[in-house]
Ligand binder design. Sequence first.
Ligand code: SR1
Ligand code: MG
Length: 426
Amino acid sequence: MIETRDGYAPQKPETLGAYLSGIDAVRRILGGTPGQWSIAEVGDGNLNLVFIVKGPSGGVAVKQALPYVRLVGESWPLPLSRAHYEHMALTWQARLTGALTPAIRHYDETLALIVMELLEPHIIMRRGMIAGVEYPKFSADISRFMARTLYFTSDLALTADRKKALIAAFADNTALCKITEDLIFTDPYRVAELNRWTSPQLDPYAARWRGDGDLKVAVSRLKLKFLSSAEALLHGDLHTGSIMLTPEDTRVIDPEFAFIGPMGFDVGAVVANFLVNFFAQDGHEAQPGARDSYRGWVLSTLERIIALFREAFLQLWRDNPTGDAYPVSLFQGPDGEARLAVERQAYMDRLWTDTVGFAAAEIIRRILGLAHNIDLEWIEDKDRRATCEARALTLARDMMVNAERYPTIQSVTDAARRIRQDMARY
Ligand code: SR1
Ligand code: MG
């Protein structure tokens, strides 16, 4: 059933101006009179309305939840409460990371609407990476974002009562979690109405995925972890479409899928979307080899992200052992400290193994499931696209089934380079 709520109505450019003119903080940012404001709906995401509003003095971005999935239509109802979770997650992330999120100018729970800072001249990272733009600050920014949001919302930093309160605060974001549970961990491995792929080129791959017992077991283990491991506050959809940036400034947007889940899911989303972009470059270069240097940037940046994330997370743990997990009192004296240092490395190794599996699941669903990436979708020549996709699927299958063969990010990037070299065609 489509949700209705007293006072809720989807905004249109004609109604939004009047609404915003009633909010002092927004009126001051825009300047002039509402008649001088330009308002355009620009949303190209899967779920929501997004408006850009500009006035004589400045601009804002307005995001409003619809009571259904925009990509599919009213046949797929979705609760408006996702704006509540997005607002709450943005508030946490802003507190923990400073300027790595868009500033919130106004929040309206009834309208399920968030007014945010207009990020200009930022663009969606996925688009920048398709165009071959390098972002020198990104590895430092995203590793800091992940380390701080994941560490400070985990049991390593929070006392048990605060951690449980955090779990409770996000526990009802079930509809958004269900999208992930179905679209990432289930549908690509079974016949599902919404699945799609580059056909007929990848038909044999789709069929193989539905008949592969090893893959089904591996993805089911990951799904169980996603369902049951309340490790930290996740962004929940940390792909390159959820990042707006310039070479100088990075902002993480869109945390409406936020909930308390396994950390490797967020880190894996970044890994997966970099790998997909790496494989997609063959479909975007003007002549073979033209994007070699960019491919090098993509993989070396990914390696740096993971190294910096590990370093930053460990440093936060050493400096802020404030949670109820690994009580300081148990690890005093030189022997205790040494044991804890070893255990911290083991913790990071387990997190990395989770990351490999979750990255694989994200790659697979972007090729065989409902929601695809423009990195691949924009490759017009279907044979070329299918070759890029088949290489990504080949790597992802092995990462998922044989995660232990990928103990480091270098082992993943080496395999990506190798598969690209060796696999001439889908
Ligand atoms: C029906 S929503 C499909 C996808 O869009 C969002 O960005 C999430 O990635 C979700 O899985
Ligand atoms: Mg989104």
